[in-house]
Design a binder for this molecule. Structure first.
Ligand code: HEM
Ligand SMILES: Nc1nc2c(c(=O)[nH]1)N[C@H]1C(S)=C(S)[C@@H](COP(=O)(O)O)O[C@H]1N2
Ligand SMILES: [Mo]
Length: 570
């Protein structure tokens, strides 16, 4: 009976999608709709406003759909309307459904224990739907929790027919008190941290450090801010934009103080698409070779965003930077408004020539992806230093100092440096190595997880990922191998959202953004296991080292060996 239920949903789906929106090019056969993850493409079934614009006008809409389609299937579909209405109904309306606590819902987060989700205060058991979900296994990311934050990212769900499907699976309503978030403990310095997206995989809760699941990372060229990796050393400071001041020191005429409005109104606004990568990205792989110290980052401590703000060089020149200062200054230091119990602020510096260079593109950014910077990413102002390690992109920027010396902060002097594989914690001398600035060439596979498996009957295997290099060096090629590096294929590169016009190539040395890449290759016959590998090449013909041991270092930074993923063929 259970099986019948979800099959009936799909028996009518092609009609609903195709005929109510009149956009499906060819009918979707039921077999393919049920054949597994990601295999169904229903196209972007756009909405015909006159009958898709309100989820509450069901009766009207059904009548209209019936007229357009004129099929029995659509009439049968109308029988489901009462459940569908519950999907969009508020729980304040009387319902004779059981009430569940969030705790109970959270217990159901696997196919074995059942997959439950909540939406608008209602509880759904979607276990039967998982295998036929057009968006594939991604649906499991919401298991045990709310759909809202995921549907906010995947607008394809903002259609009535999706709510109707969901309505089929309602099993109850969420307890009233669980619909309101529990109040935080005010004594906890992290109690005022902002809310975060539940899809993030958390490496440390306090301070908050998290990365998106690899499969979501390359779903879009510009990483949605909610999914952008987050790397905080301290609690997120609460900054009032009205009283915010940015102090600038080390220039003639003494310290300057700018308001947020000064920054926005006195200087032209520039937008730069730039990838940020933490020095510790892919540390987990290094950790497997030999223990290292640090957060166990996977392959997603890297993300790409559109940053807007004033150019640092414009601001420094406005406040008196010139040849006199340049004759003695060597560095520009940044201090955050986040500080530890001793009052020590996060700090870092970059070379002066990067800060004031015509082509440096360093921004005092107040927007990320067209909106105010989110609190986790430095609200109200952060410095964005394209091509340079994440650690120098100081968030919640409070002070800029033009100086003959580097930042003396712990993170500039005693961390974020690379060492020989032979150096250990007894012998390390942090003064002996330069602070990491530009990062080396990097790439990784995002759509295949190590240890996962592919169906033997699959004809073609698609491999997808990202590639990026520091210092503005453009990624010029990505090579992919299915046999551990014996034979290679060249992947297709993409510098914009899928389906959009490619972005113009930046001038040399100013390629700040990553490229996504993809390749589809015939699945080799007779193999039990594949070792899928990728490596990228940049405009300086730098490429990635083939293995980790020669680049292993005690802090687990600069982990950029060929990314290797073992996949079983079953
Ligand atoms: C019970 C919960 C869910 C239901 C009922 C559902 C239903 C659907 C439906 C009907 C479509 C096809 C829409 C169309 O093209 O008209 C779809 C597509 C999609 N869904 Fe979901 N979904 C759910 C949860 C999720 C979650 C949690 C995610 C992501 C984390 C997700 C990701 C996607 C993606 C990426 C697509 C587009 C697939 C493609 O075009 O290839 N879905 N979903
Ligand atoms: N003030 C401040 N700035 C900071 C940090 C911080 O903890 N405090 N972390 C740095 C590190 S190590 C990285 S990798 C990036 C991460 O930026 P994101 O959280 O916007 O991804 O911010 C950098 N800037
Ligand atoms: Mo970092």
């Amino acid at each position: 009976m259970q099986r019948l239920r979800h099959c009936s949903v799909f028996a009518r789906l092609p009609f609903t999608v195709a005929q109510s929106s009149r956009q499906l090019k060819k009918p979707v056969p039921l077999v393919s709709a049920c054949s597994g993850f990601g295999s169904v493409r229903w196209g972007s079934s756009g909405t015909d406003q006159h009958y898709h614009n309100s989820s509450r006008r069901f009766r009207f809409r059904y009548a209209l759909t019936g007229l357009i389609a004129g099929t029995g299937a659509v009439l049968a579909y109308g029988l489901h309307h009462s459940k569908a209405e519950q999907a969009s109904a508020s729980v304040t309306e009387p319902l004779s459904l059981p009430i569940y606590s969030q705790e109970e819902v959270t217990k159901h987060r696997s196919l074995e224990n059942g997959v439950w989700v909540t939406y608008n205060g209602n509880v759904y058991d979607i276990t039967e739907f998982v295998a036929v979900h057009p968006g594939g296994a991604k649906i499991l990311l919401a298991a045990g929790g709310a759909l809202e934050p995921f549907w906010a990212l995947y607008a394809v769900h903002k259609q009535d027919h999706v709510l109707e499907i969901l309505g089929e699976y309602q099993v109850g309503v969420l307890r009233a008190e669980d619909r309101v978030k529990a109040a935080a403990d005010p004594a906890d310095p992290y109690s005022t941290d902002p809310p975060r997206h539940p899809a993030l995989s958390v490496n440390s809760q306090k301070p908050f450090n998290a990365e998106p699941p690899p499969a979501l990372l390359t779903d879009s060229y510009i990483t949605p801010s909610a999914l952008f990796f987050k790397r905080n050393h301290l609690p997120v400071p609460l900054v009032d934009p009205k009283t915010y001041r940015l102090i600038i020191e080390g220039l003639p005429g003494g310290p300057a103080s700018l308001t947020l409005d000064d920054l926005k109104s006195r200087f032209p606004k520039h937008t730069v698409t730039a990838t940020l990568q933490c020095a510790g990205n892919r540390r987990a792989e290094m950790n497997k070779v030999k223990r290292v110290k640090g957060l166990n980052w996977g392959i997603s401590a890297i993300s790409n965003a559109k940053w807007s703000g004033a150019r640092l060089t414009d601001v420094l020149h406005h406040y008196g930077f010139g040849p006199d200062v340049a004759s003695t200054a060597r560095h520009v230091r940044f201090e955050g408004l986040d500080s530890d119990v001793t009052g020590t602020a996060y700090g870092a510096s970059i070379p002066l020539n990067k800060a004031v260079g015509e082509d440096g593109d360093v921004l005092l950014a107040y927007e990320m992806n067209g909106e105010d910077l989110p609190r986790d990413h430095g609200f109200p102002v952060r410095v964005v230093v394209p091509g340079v390690v994440g650690a120098r992109n100081v968030k919640w920027l409070g002070r800029i100092v033009v100086s003959s010396e580097e930042s003396q902060s712990h993170w500039q002097q005693n961390d974020y440096k690379g060492f020989s594989p032979g150096t250990d914690w007894d012998t390390v001398d942090f003064k002996s190595a330069p602070a990491i600035q530009e990062l080396p060439i990097q790439s990784a596979i995002t759509n295949l997880a190590d240890g996962s498996s592919v169906d033997r009957d699959t004809e073609d295997l698609t491999v997808r990922g990202y590639a990026w290099s520091g210092g503005g060096r453009e990624v010029v090629r990505v090579d992919v191998s299915l046999d551990g590096g014996k034979t290679w294929h060249v992947a297709e590169l993409q510098n914009c959202e899928k389906g959009e016009e490619p972005a113009p190539t930046p001038s040399p040395g100013r390629s700040w953004a990553w490229k996504l890449w993809e390749i589809t290759v015939p699945l080799p016959e007779g193999e039990e296991e594949l070792e899928v590998v990728c490596k990228a090449v940049d405009s300086g013909y730098n490429t990635q080292p083939d293995s980790i041991p020669p680049i292993w270092n005690l802090r687990g930074v600069l982990s950029n060996a060929w990314h290797r993923v073992k996949v079983k063929v079953k």
